[in-house]
Design a protein around this ligand. Structure first.
Ligand code: CA
Length: 678
């Protein structure tokens, strides 16, 4: 990451109005944040293009020392401008220009206790956080809760996924951001488990403004969470204590920032955040616009964070094969894994991912514990290297926070053991690790994520997280971070037909929701129709079966973004999948320079494009029951040649001819297409 230039103009003091409010607007003037106090409660509201996007909503937080939610008035307010260029090598855009107006307001109680709130407002994004100054002798505080809330107009609909109960599910590993989405739900609907919703949270304001044709899309998330704070989520819906905007006091229209549940991480570690003073909270973010475009294209997760450490290593991204996804635990043996190394070689992929149980089922040689030294993991790594394929190895994060027995266990939670393990990994040429099954969102767990990343970087190892929380700015913060699961990922297609039935619908959600704020290790793009080892149906028994097509899978290779994609291809696909699809997968990039939202409605269909170098890849998928007629204006592509990949399970490629710069295409249900423009 280079060319970081930060221009922070000198602060300009703002005049305070008689009624104690201050405003900050975006560089284009359309997005306006109004900061105010009501009866001593700090609050803010948001308008976009003249539309009241977020009603007056509470601000403030409570520590063990201070109640900074009431008895506050605005003492001082200053503005400045931010104009920064930076580069990203693993996210949706490579060359980012962040321009924002900044407001720093100091609020004080009648006793003189101070709370600062900082807003950074760019054209379609708001990032805000609290700053706590050092006061007297107190050098640290515990932040027990935030008043921060988001109050929407009556009639708003939601696209949300619930926060799970803690210490439930497979080997008591939840919450791990692996719940179903509910889309286009009424805002008054309660969350499934009563714990609110995990980030990001998407809201649709339609039919709620004076002009019923007006609509806004709004996404709430957070970023910049590291070892210095817990991760948060949104509470269940409640009424707005400010009772603003002429609503009934009982109207359920408001969500608040919620901290982790005490039960997470086996109940160990505080659910509060503990910070040294002066200290800051992570950024709460709001992304909004009249369409989903600003949400799909936002860079707000990275605009206000910085790399936490410098790496001495260079990391190479790419594609991987992954035996576990289709062949499951049975495939963790020397011979099967060699077949996946061979598949990686045949596909020109860079990596093979070796999943759980390798430490016992293959054996590790360095410490003499290998059951069969001739077929040890080191021999497998040597075999992979002989085929020019590099290796990722799986680890459990455990720990005392779940019941996981699949090994290796207990090598990531303790720094002495972890450092020794990572030195060995480096010595045998392993390039990365996949660490699974974390304990939740407490600050203690955030510290574990950071320690694993930091130690891994010391040893030139990239890190993928599974069974984990949402990344919050980590693509820019940690040089060796690759991606996180934090989604109902491809494994669920193996686990249940209901997930196969929902595959297309969920695929239209992820690029504008989960994947819009962070790399997503989905592990998809199956070419198997049947979710078993031989890709064949059974006479007497149901086999989970994909309803989506071969070209749909190609489209998700573009729509889903992660700098290393462990694709769910199997050795049999070299014979039984369409050659056109396999050739496409041989060439598909995993890093991108630009993204463009074109059309879509979450849950129904999606059309997006990503650029790699000079080549645009436009992907469309249809989850609706009816064929989708698209009329796409493609003049902006400005390309000399367009190639269309279409035809469902019998794909073909053909040059795409535009009529007056537009392409008219019909997309069947559960199908997809890709247009490559050079
Ligand atoms: Ca998982």
């Amino acid at each position: 990451m280079k060319t970081q230039i930060l221009f922070l103009a000198a602060f300009t003091a703002l005049p305070l109005f008689a009624n104690d409010n201050v405003m900050v607007s975006s560089p284009d003037g359309k997005l306006v944040v109004n900061l105010d106090t009501k009866h001593g409660h700090p609050c803010y509201s948001v308008t976009y293009d003249g539309l009241k996007a977020i009603n007056n909503s509470l601000l403030g937080l409570t520590t063990n020392e201070q109640d900074l939610t009431k008895d506050l008035s605005i003492k001082n307010a200053e503005t400045s401008k931010i104009d920064e260029h930076y580069r990203m090598d693993r996210s949706k855009k490579s060359d980012i220009h962040y321009v924002a107006n900044r407001l720093l307001a100091t609020l004080a109680t009648s006793k003189g206790q101070e709370l600062q709130v900082e807003f950074r407002v760019s054209n379609n994004d708001i990032a805000f956080r609290y700053l706590l100054p050092k006061q007297g002798e107190t050098g640290s505080v515990r932040v027990s809760s935030e008043a921060t809330s988001f109050s929407f107009p009556e009639g708003t609909t939601t696209f949300l996924t619930p926060q799970s109960d803690a210490m439930v599910g497979w080997k008591r590993t939840k919450p791990s951001y692996e719940e179903l989405y509910c889309w286009d739900a009424p805002i008054t609907q309660r969350s499934q488990f009563g714990h609110g919703y995990t980030f990001p949270c998407l809201f649709h304001e339609r039919g709620v403004f004076d002009n019923t044709a007006d609509e806004l899309w709004i996404m709430i998330s957070e970023t910049g969470v590291d070892s210095h704070y817990c991760a948060s989520h949104l509470s269940d819906v409640h009424s707005n204590p400010l009772n603003d905007g002429g609503l009934r006091a009982s109207q359920l229209n408001t969500f608040s920032i919620a901290y982790p549940m005490q039960e997470e991480n086996n109940g160990i570690g505080t659910a509060d955040a503990a910070i040294a003073l002066p200290g800051v909270t992570p950024w709460r973010t709001i992304t909004l616009g009249r369409t989903l475009k600003p949400i799909a294209e936002t860079t707000i997760p990275w605009d206000n964070v910085k790399p936490i450490y410098k790496s001495e290593h260079t990391y190479k991204f790419g594609r991987g094969t992954w035996s576990w996804i289709l062949w499951q635990d049975d495939s963790i043996n020397f011979d099967d894994l060699c077949k996946y190394v061979d598949l990686a070689q045949a596909m020109h992929f860079e990596y093979v991912l070796v999943d759980n149980w390798w430490d016992t089922n293959i054996g590790k040689a360095a410490d003499g514990t290998a059951k069969n030294p001739e077929k040890s993991i080191e021999k497998l790594i040597e075999y992979a290297h002989s085929k020019k394929v590099d290796v990722f190895l799986w680890y459990s994060s455990s720990g005392y926070w779940n019941d996981i027995v699949q090994g290796p266990i207990n090598r990531m939670a303790n720094s002495i053991v972890r450092k020794k393990e990572m030195k060995w990994l480096h010595s045998v040429g392993v390039k990365g690790i996949k660490v699974d099954f974390f304990g939740g969102d407490k600050q203690e767990t955030m510290r574990l994520y950071e320690e694993i990343l930091s130690d891994a970087d010391d040893n030139g190892l990239m890190v993928i997280f599974h069974g984990c929380t949402l990344p919050r700015g980590w693509e820019r913060m940690y040089p060796n971070y690759v991606g996180s699961e934090a989604v109902l990922a491809s494994e669920n297609l193996i686990f249940g037909q209901d997930h196969c039935d929902l595959e297309a619908s969920h695929a239209t959600l992820h690029p504008v929701l989960r994947n819009a704020v962070g790399c997503m290790e989905f592990g998809g793009s199956f070419q198997n129709k049947y979710m078993n080892r031989d890709n064949k149906p059974r006479e007497n028994r149901h086999v989970n079966t994909r309803l989506t097509t071969s070209t749909f899978s190609l489209a998700t290779a573009i729509l889903y973004q992660n700098p290393i994609q462990n694709f769910a291809l199997a050795p049999n696909n070299l014979e039984d999948a369409p050659q056109i699809s396999m050739d496409f997968m041989r060439e598909v990039p995993t890093t991108w320079d630009e993204v463009r939202f074109i059309d879509g409605y979450p849950g129904k269909y999606l059309v997006m494009a990503r650029r790699h170098g000079d080549t645009w890849y436009l992907a469309a998928i249809n989850a609706d029951t009816q064929p989708l007629k698209l009329n796409l204006d493609l003049r902006w592509l400005n390309a000399s040649g367009l190639t269309l990949y279409s035809g469902g399970d019998n794909p073909s490629t053909k040059p795409l001819k535009l009529k007056k710069g537009a392409a008219q295409l019909t997309l069947p249900s559960n199908d997809g297409f890709v247009i490559i423009a050079k």
